[in-house]
Ligand binder design. Structure first.
Ligand SMILES: Nc1nc2c(c(=O)[nH]1)N[C@H]1C(S)=C(S)[C@@H](COP(=O)(O)OP(=O)(O)OC[C@H]3O[C@@H](n4cnc5c(=O)[nH]c(N)nc54)[C@H](O)[C@@H]3O)O[C@H]1N2
Ligand SMILES: Nc1nc2c(c(=O)[nH]1)N[C@H]1C(S)=C(S)[C@@H](COP(=O)(O)OP(=O)(O)OC[C@H]3O[C@@H](n4cnc5c(=O)[nH]c(N)nc54)[C@H](O)[C@@H]3O)O[C@H]1N2
Ligand code: SF4
Ligand SMILES: [Mo]
Length: 663
């Protein structure tokens, strides 16, 4: 009988659950990944995206060798080259760019394709040593980061949510985006009879499981919050002693005094009596958790949105109690930034906002311009706003681009050199989290396939070839991981145990420290005759990852634009129609799904589809604007579109779609 080895690892992806898994290995082949049974979040179950992760590793379209581009940028024509040749080309080009324009003409671009410390930080060491521009900002929840920098607490140990008596699930589709958090909400319901209220413009699978669903118009939550605060002040429910953490409680009281439930209802679409009911609950049921997702942050008014939720948690005094407060995100004790070793930079360098890639690559004033780019763990040609501009930048002849990937994504098609990365089953790593307090280990289950390599090895190869001798550039992957660990966790114990809970300091709220007012400044979105486009997360894809994998692709069927029946009727459109969705930015095509699960005036295109290899043409970010909130939050949701009937796709397009589904 073949012997089966069990290897402790974890899911690498950008998700609040950071599940622990066990890889089952036979003859150096992973036959399945199973959720770790004893992990308090994972509880033996991985999600619908990841539960056959080994198929990602063994996918027929997996990149296994370095490639050099042979056709125009974006066309996807490449030839296989050796690692030696690839490293030579990259080292020579980077050296030439530095000689001509200085180190800051190089830019590393990374996001959370893998959240592993080694996969995220090792290559950053190389760029720090080269004096490259630093990446700053976020393409996810930058508004939350802005408020956190002001001192607003945005999270606590989510296991405590089991002790809540009221949970407001605010713009979070938890049963799709972090279903392991739902355990604790269910537990609150079971143990304390907690009420669960969902606030979302769509009747999601999460909304279906809540006690009440308030269908808010997107981008108007802060007016709803003002109405709730109005009720709390008017009915004497504000915990004034606790609310002394505000610098401006009186200003907030004055601000919301005119936001009667009737006025708030007009602005946000939630019935006035529901605003009164929830306002009373937030003022009297303790502890309450306001559990928000990231989507409602992703607008020009995202910062005011986060502030409005922080204000509600503080007015209700919920932070005083275990299991109460605002929960958007939280992290374990892990010094990830240190693993990137910014201290080895030869001089201070400029920071460039990763969320402004399109702007920075096409700028005529940026000095020096970006001439060398290395992309790893992100797919900017699909996920950044206004991707036509991003792609125009990536297509520049005077830009040398390296993309480190598992697959030939839309972004990789623009690369001069593509380097094949190992997947989580083939490398060592440790993972922090942004939704709980566990640090997890990922022991490698198998040898790297083909010539794929972990990012730590790429760093060492390039550093050696470029003659860089800083010791940090020659450390092993385990040393890189160890450099992030707190003193009381040894790497050996983590490797054996799989995960370890840490205990970050509880959020501290100091009197007179937080600004709460200003939540209603500015207008609500004004679509006119257009429809507001939302682009939420899909059940089977992780951002733009897994779009190319057959099972996940079947799970999502085809790109579908959800529309309210009244809006469809007004446009003479019917369920199943092929539609063109457009604005001055661009146009995409999709199939229409007509129903009542979405607010009137709003449409939703779920999933970050690629242009290639599926030819779906439904890359939603062709429609999203180049605009950012003051703190850098990309405003994906400030997108307004026209929707009209479109011709059916031609036969070759259909064949390509069917073929891709079978791949
Ligand atoms: N399956 C799956 N899970 C994921 C991801 C994925 O791609 N797929 N991505 C991961 C990442 S990177 C992130 S950031 C998280 C995001 O997690 P979530 O924020 O939960 O994800 P979204 O689907 O973007 O948005 C949640 C809900 O917000 C609603 N919404 C949109 N605009 C508004 C608004 O203005 N007000 C209110 N109240 N609601 C609004 C949408 O209708 C949607 O149902 O998920 C993570 N988990
Ligand atoms: N319109 C719109 N745009 C959005 C959003 C939205 O809701 N609407 N959501 C935004 C949000 S919240 C986020 S977080 C971003 C997400 O954007 P990204 O972080 O870019 O996420 P992915 O699209 O999953 O791309 C990650 C890439 O990393 C690769 N990868 C995975 N593991 C590894 C590895 O170990 N090594 C290397 N080299 N590559 C790896 C994957 O193959 C994948 O191509 O998108 C943002 N864009
Ligand atoms: S994507 Fe999230 S829910 Fe799915 S296995 Fe990974 S950590 Fe768990
Ligand atoms: Mo995100």
């Amino acid at each position: 009988m073949t012997e089966r080895r069990l290897v402790k690892g974890c899911c690498p992806h950008d998700c609040q659950d950071t599940c622990a898994w066990v890889a089952h290995v036979e003859d150096d082949r992973v036959v399945r990944v199973e959720g770790a049974r004893e992990h308090p979040f994972t509880r033996g179950v991985l999600c619908a995206k990841i539960n056959d992760y080994e198929k990602r590793t063994y996918a027929p379209d997996r990149l296994l060798y370095p490639l050099r581009r042979t056709g125009p940028k974006g066309d996807g024509m490449f030839e296989r080259i050796s690692w030696d040749a690839a490293v030579d080309i990259i080292a020579d080009r980077f050296a030439a760019i530095i000689a001509e324009y200085g180190g800051e003409a190089l830019l590393p671009l990374n996001y959370l394709g893998s959240m592993g410390v080694v996969q995220r930080r090792a290559l950053m060491r190389l760029f720090h040593a080269l004096g490259a521009s630093r990446q700053i900002g976020s393409i996810c929840g930058a508004a939350g980061n802005t408020l956190a920098a002001e001192g607003h607490p945005l999270g606590f140990d989510p296991e405590q949510i089991a002790e809540s008596r009221l949970v407001v699930v605010w713009g979070a589709n938890l049963l799709t985006t972090s279903h392991h958090h739902w355990h604790f909400i269910e537990e609150a319901r079971r143990r304390n009879g907690a009420t669960i209220v969902c606030i979302d413009p769509r009747r999601t699978r999460t909304a279906e499981r809540c006690d009440r669903h308030l269908a808010v118009r997107p981008g108007t939550d802060r007016f709803l919050a003002a109405g709730l605060a109005h009720v709390m002040f008017a009915e004497g429910f504000v915990d004034t002693e606790h609310a002394a953490v505000a610098t401006d409680l009186d200003t907030l009281r004055t601000e919301v005094s005119s936001w009667t439930p009737a006025r708030a209802s007009d602005a946000c679409g939630v019935p006035a009596e529901e605003i009164v009911r929830l306002g009373r609950e937030l003022g009297t049921v303790r502890p309450a958790t306001i559990r928000s997702g990231i989507a409602p942050e992703q607008t020009l008014a995202g910062e005011a949105f986060v502030r409005s939720l922080s204000a509600l948690a503080i007015l209700g005094g919920h932070w005083r109690h275990r299991g109460g407060g605002l929960f958007i995100e939280t992290s374990p004790v892990l010094n990830e930034g240190h693993a990137a070793r910014p201290d080895i930079a030869p001089r201070p360098t400029r920071g460039l906002d990763l969320a402004r890639l399109g702007e920075n690559l096409t700028s005529t004033t940026l000095a020096p311009p970006i001439h060398g780019l290395m992309v790893f763990g992100t797919n900017p040609a699909v996920v950044q706003q206004d991707v036509a501009r991003v792609r125009a930048g990536l297509a520049r002849d005077d830009l040398f681009t390296v993309v480190v990937e598992h697959f030939l994504t839309d972004t990789a098609r623009y690369a001069d050199i593509v380097l094949p990365s190992t997947t989580q089953l083939e490398h060592f790593d440790i993972n922090g989290a942004w939704g709980h307090h566990y640090v997890s280990v990922n022991n490698p289950a198998i040898q790297p396939l083909g010539e794929s390599k972990p990012h730590g090895e790429m760093m060492r190869l390039l550093a050696t070839r470029m003659g860089l001798d800083a010791p940090a550039l020659h450390e092993s992957d385990e040393d890189i991981a160890r450099s992030a660990l707190p003193e009381d966790i040894s790497l050996d114990s983590l490797k054996a145990d799989g995960w370890r809970k840490t205990f970050p300091a509880q959020p501290e709220l100091r009197p007179g420290s937080l600004r709460l007012s200003g939540i209603t400044a500015g207008d609500a979105p004004a679509p006119g005759n257009r429809l507001q486009l939302l682009t939420p997360k899909s059940h089977y894809f992780l951002n733009s990852s897994y779009v190319n994998l057959a099972r996940q692709r079947r799970g999502m069927d085809r790109p579908t634009l959800e529309m309210n029946a009244a809006d469809a009727e007004a446009r003479g459109l019917a369920d199943g129609d092929r539609v063109a969705v457009s604005n001055e930015q661009g146009e995409v095509t999709a199939w229409l799904g007509v129903g009542t699960s979405i607010c009137q005036g709003v449409v939703s295109l779920t999933g970050k589809w690629w242009n290639h290899p599926t030819e779906t043409g439904a890359v939603a970010n062709f429609l999203t604007p180049s605009s950012w909130a003051p703190g850098g939050q990309p405003a994906y949701n400030d997108t307004f579109v026209d929707v009209v009937a479109a011709p059916l796709p031609t036969l070759p397009q259909v064949e390509r779609q069917v073929g891709a589904g079978r791949a």
